[in-house]
Design a protein around this ligand. Structure first.
Ligand code: UDP
Length: 234
């Protein structure tokens, strides 16, 4: 079983059946999944995206300054992080939220040593505000934090079952990989993460498991090393 994981969740997954914002049912389901693995004594750190609320790059297409938009995107991740924190605490899971942008009233600043200490004490740590820098993504924040806290693996919870040879949502004949090397992901130009995030994983030999976060019990299976999703290894 994995001992310390970095769970990366997309903001978009929180949309659920809704057009925008946060679907309470999805939020609760995520909290249930996380509680199950926390109960097993697994140290859980989480990075959640903000795409359900705001994306800097999209705002730039309608003329907004990219950096301004990116900071708004980082604030969006804080909204999702706070929502997830609340959902977890309501289920009795102790949490701490650390932000890459200072917001003293609502979150601790990101301090690596402190984050590790929280994990050791059994608190789920949520890292908000991405990397704190524009032009990055929350996938990159996930890779960076995973490496910093020396997580065993990055678990990328998505809407699909794993990595396919082509987009499974558009191609019904797409074939899923149970295991693939990171180099093959690169040579086949498969999308697991953006290149900045993926390169960080490559340089630090951090493995990634892409799995469907929407299936109840899946996260627990992944941490118990059951064959769920796709293992991307170096
Ligand atoms: N963002 C950023 N720096 C970071 C992380 C995020 O500028 O380190 C901004 C960026 O504008 C991005 C938005 O926050 O579009 C939301 O994050 P992301 O798109 O990664 O969320 P997801 O796709 O996972 O929902």
């Amino acid at each position: 079983m994995y001992k310390r994981i970095l769970l990366k969740l997309s903001g978009e997954a929180l949309l659920g059946e809704q057009g925008h914002g946060i679907d309470g049912k999805v939020l609760e389901a995520f909290a249930d999944e996380i509680r199950l693995v926390h109960e097993q004594g697994v140290q859980v750190a989480i990075v959640i995206g903000g795409g359900n609320i705001f994306r800097g790059m999209k705002a730039a297409t309608f003329g907004m300054d990219r950096v301004q938009g990116d900071y708004m995107g980082m604030l969006a991740t804080m909204i999702n992080s706070m929502a997830l924190q609340d959902a977890l605490e309501q289920k009795g899971v102790p949490t701490r939220l650390q932000s890459a942008i200072r917001m003293e009233q609502i979150a601790e600043p990101f301090i690596r040593r402190r984050a590790v200490r929280h994990l050791e004490k059994g608190r789920v740590v949520i890292f908000g505000a991405g990397t704190g820098n524009p032009y990055f993504t929350t996938d990159t924040a996930g890779s960076l934090r995973a490496i910093e806290i020396e997580a065993d693996v990055i678990l990328k919870g998505t809407r699909v079952d794993g990595v396919y040879d082509k987009d499974p949502e558009k191609n019904p004949d797409a074939i899923k990989f149970d295991k693939i090397t990171g180099d093959e992901v690169l040579s086949r130009r498969l999308s697991v993460m953006d290149l900045t995030a993926f390169t960080l994983c490559r340089d630090n030999r951090t493995n990634i498991i892409v799995f469907n976060m929407g299936k109840p019990g899946n996260l627990l299976k992944v941490i118990q090393k059951e064959p769920v999703g796709t293992l991307v290894e170096w």
